[in-house]
Design a protein around this ligand. Structure first.
Ligand code: AMP
Length: 585
């Protein structure tokens, strides 16, 4: 199918952009039965819906010659839930309507309001904005909607969800009764149906959600893990997929902060987006993702609304979405405009049934698998390294001169190995996970409730990953220095430059006394300092499966999203999300 019967100014813009065929939602709004009518469209982000409504209201805006008439007040208004989405819509309409000579004004929270007022006064054909800021301009008399021909509510479900109903109603009440109303929404809950009933006349309902999913743009995977291994599973999924850009969803800003810190510590190029970040921090984070300085973004649902990153090919639901709609919204950040994407749900074993029910309800078929193992990751790495290093490259004279010098000193095989090694060194290490079998899970469970470790004391050593700390040599060292056995050492957490470990409280005194005697003696390797501690910080890595006994309150707990009530890091358990944030006006 190709675009037909479009005003030439728009057809040329699409051709220039290389868009030869309409997407499902574009074909639907351009069908003869939709012409001139109010529309309720269920379409997901990434379906090409912005161009769809841009094309749909063309007949309301352009004159008989296909040109935009001179206009003192706006002819079309697009209302979107977030700044990012509004700016994205504005950019999209700018190229689509460039040849028509359209003036587009953008009015969004957090931007310079007086500049927006000047733009509105200068006469704009199309206004794109967020509800709160548009309402402000309306109330101050800067926005005149009396001659409006068409209004678009983009991601209407999100807007209602974010508490913008009143703002929307006030804006819609200020528009002429004869205007055309196009309502776009990924989902159609009751409040949307009520809004459509109140503000639309004889609306035609169009649904392309199923069609889009039918194209299989997003592959869903459900990865089952032990609750204590969510963090390790995230690391391995990122390393397995090595997506150009990936987004990780958490339920709360605390969990975003923690996961961001953990990934940064492991060497991932990662940014965070949550309610605690200012607009300028958001902009920096998004810019870093766009210019590839960062490849991973950890975000809350609210903070990630409206994000459009064309290179985003992996979505990880680190914490289970609260409902099927959130699942679809989050996943819809990938698989956009015909590109393939993967959405992975990390499912702690005890929550498997809940996720199965959610997927069934949303009619999504997911592949149930275990988290990628280090061996699988190494296999992928090998393939990727070979592909990357065998890419054709042009060398200049200086490169060749250096290559000759190297060949004088080393064999070609050694040089190639050094090249591979330097590539490998830049990759964060995968994590060892409990095998995804009932036996392995049972063994891990037993380990977690290891007798003798109900009451423990933490100690700290001043060496960490940077000094190659590894349980294989740390354990013997502790036994030699502290006169204890391997079985008397509990969890070991290795951080960047320190390591924490547990000893049962009953033998802690004996252990400390032995340490005091052996310090400086033979066997005190490299003068490693060992002292009592409060326990590791949140981001340290556990090298023993599970916690042996309780860590001191709030300290040293591994990242366990969504567990426990009221603790920092506890996610909302069903019901309403905890954060509802309106844009600043
Ligand atoms: P949206 O659903 O509006 O966020 O659009 C997602 C992406 O699809 C945007 O980058 C659009 O420019 C792109 N797009 C829109 N229409 C088409 C089309 N007919 N063919 C290919 N890409 C398109």
């Amino acid at each position: 199918m190709t675009f037909t019967d479009l005003p030439p100014v728009l057809a040329e813009a699409l051709t220039e952009r290389g868009y030869a065929a309409p997407t499902a939602v574009q074909a639907a709004v351009l069908s003869p039965e939709a012409a001139g009518r109010d529309l309720v469209v269920s379409a997901q982000t990434g379906s090409g819906k912005t161009v769809a409504f841009g094309l749909a209201f063309a007949s309301d805006l352009l004159d008989a010659e296909g040109k935009l008439p001179f206009a003192l007040t706006p002819l079309a208004l697009v209302i979107a839930p977030t700044r990012e989405l509004a700016l994205q819509v504005s950019r999209e309409l700018a190229w689509l309507y460039a040849r028509a000579g359209a003036r587009i004004a953008t009015c969004v929270g957090g931007m310079d309001a007086s500049r927006e007022r000047r733009n509105l006064q200068g006469g704009a054909h199309i206004v794109v904005g967020t509800p709160g800021r548009l309402r402000d301009h309306l109330e101050r008399g800067a926005l005149d909607l009396s001659a409006l021909k068409a209004v678009v509510l983009d991601e209407a479900d999100e807007m209602l969800d974010m508490g913008f109903r009143e703002d929307l109603e006030e804006i819609l009440d200020a528009t002429p009764a004869k205007r055309r109303t196009l309502l776009f929404s990924a989902t159609m809950p009751k409040p949307i149906v009520a809004l459509a009933r109140r503000y639309q006349r004889d609306a035609l309902r169009l649904s392309t959600v199923g069609d889009d999913r039918g194209h299989g743009d997003i592959a869903y995977q459900a990865v089952t893990v032990a609750p204590a291994e969510i963090e390790a599973a995230v690391v391995n999924l990122l390393r397995f997929h090595e997506a150009e850009t990936a987004i990780l969803f958490c339920a709360t800003r605390d969990n975003v902060r923690r996961l961001h810190a953990m990934l940064q510590e492991r060497g991932f190029a990662v940014v965070a987006l949550s309610g605690e970040h200012s607009q300028s921090e958001r902009n920096h984070a998004l810019q870093a993702l766009r210019d590839r300085r960062a490849r991973v973004c950890v975000a809350t649902d609210v903070a990630a609304r409206g994000i459009d990153l064309p290179t985003l090919s992996l979505v990880i639901h680190v914490e289970i979405p609260r409902d099927a709609e959130t699942l679809q919204h989050r996943s819809g950040r990938t698989g956009r405009a015909g590109k393939k994407g993967t959405a992975v749900l990390i499912v702690p074993y005890p929550r498997r049934r809940r996720v199965e029910a959610m997927l069934r309800g949303a009619r999504i078929e997911a592949e149930w698998i275990g988290a990628p193992s280090p061996a699988e990751i190494r296999t992928q790495d090998r393939e990727r390294l070979l592909a990357a290093l065998l890419q054709p490259v042009e060398f200049d004279e200086e490169d060749r001169a250096l290559a000759s010098r190297l060949l004088e000193e080393r064999s070609p095989e050694d040089i190639a190995a050094a090249l591979v090694r330097s590539h490998r060194a830049a990759m964060p290490q995968p994590e060892e996970l409990i095998e995804n079998t009932p036996e392995a899970r049972r063994a891990a469970q037993q380990e977690r409730h290891r007798p003798g470790f109900e009451d423990v004391v933490w100690f700290r050593m001043d060496i960490g990953r940077r000094q190659n700390a590894d349980p294989r040599w740390i354990l013997p060292l502790l036994c030699r220095r502290g006169h204890i056995t391997r079985g008397e050492v509990g969890a070991i957490r290795i951080a960047a430059s320190e390591t924490h470990f547990q000893v049962p409280r009953a033998i802690a005194g004996k252990f400390s006394a032995a340490l005091a005697r052996t310090t400086g003696e033979e066997g005190d390797e490299a003068g490693v300092r060992i002292e009592p501690s409060e326990g590791p910080r949140e981001t340290a890595r556990s090298h023993r499966k599970g916690d042996h006994g309780a860590a001191p309150s709030g300290q040293g707990r591994p990242f366990r999203p969504g567990r426990g009530k009221g603790k920092p890091g506890a996610g909302p358990r069903g019901g309403k999300p905890q954060q509802r944030r309106k844009e600043p006006r």
